[in-house]
Design a binder for this molecule. Structure first.
Ligand SMILES: Cc1cc2nc3c(=O)[nH]c(=O)nc-3n(C[C@H](O)[C@H](O)[C@H](O)COP(=O)(O)O)c2cc1C
Length: 181
């Protein structure tokens, strides 16, 4: 069984991005989904001074360990003021201080969703350009606009065209997983 880490890059308990990340991970054949809840990884707001004084928090190492033990990573990004949520950015900053290879060059699938028409595309572009740097795989992306109209928990993505786009990106992710490990 492949282990797929699913991260909704939001600290909201009812996060629509958590739902989408879990759904995407669940679509990988012969896999189990490891849900990562950002609330469980709350750390002080990153600063070089805090790092010098107290070191890197244990939670950052714990987060990295989960990534290391996975076969693939799915992240769905919530957009706050055009960029990452503070919850995600803080974890990203801390884990980037542990070692250079932040995401262990794992196969990744990056998504985003919002209730509005743009589907949090801005943050997805930012994330993709940053996270794909140096990763040996082509990292597929998918943005889902108007989550409440286009997604149902038991059916997944109910808009045909959007679902086709999702399936295309998903198949790239799956073939990267199968070729990579
Ligand atoms: C502080 C704040 C800033 C937001 N900024 C944006 C934004 O820039 N673009 C956008 O599409 N939605 C924005 N939203 C709306 C979020 O997309 C919406 O809350 C969505 O549900 C967040 O995803 P989540 O449920 O996974 O947390 C913002 C919401 C908050 C609370």
């Amino acid at each position: 069984m492949k282990k797929i880490v699913a991260i909704g890059a939001s600290s909201s308990i009812k996060s629509i991005n958590k739902e989408l990340a879990n759904y995407a991970a669940s679509q990988v054949p012969n896999s189990i989904t490891i849900n990562v809840n950002l609330i469980d990884f709350e750390m002080p707001i990153y600063s070089i001074d805090k790092e010098k004084e107290h070191g890197i928090p244990k939670l950052a190492y714990k987060f990295k360990e989960i990534l290391k033990n996975s076969d693939g990573i799915v992240i769905s990004f919530a957009e706050h003021n055009g960029v990452y949520t503070a919850a995600f950015k803080n974890i990203f900053d801390w884990i980037s201080r542990v070692e250079k290879v932040v995401w262990y060059n794992k196969p990744m699938f990056l998504l985003s969703t919002s209730t509005g028409k743009n589907g949090a595309k801005l943050v997805l572009e930012i994330a993709h350009s940053r996270i794909s740097r140096g990763n040996p795989f082509t990292i597929p992306t998918f943005s889902l606009p108007e989550f409440n109209n286009n997604f149902e928990l038991d059916k997944g993505i109910i808009n045909k065209e959007l679902n086709e786009n999702f399936r295309n990106s998903l198949s790239t992710f799956i073939s990267n997983i199968n070729n990579g490990n």
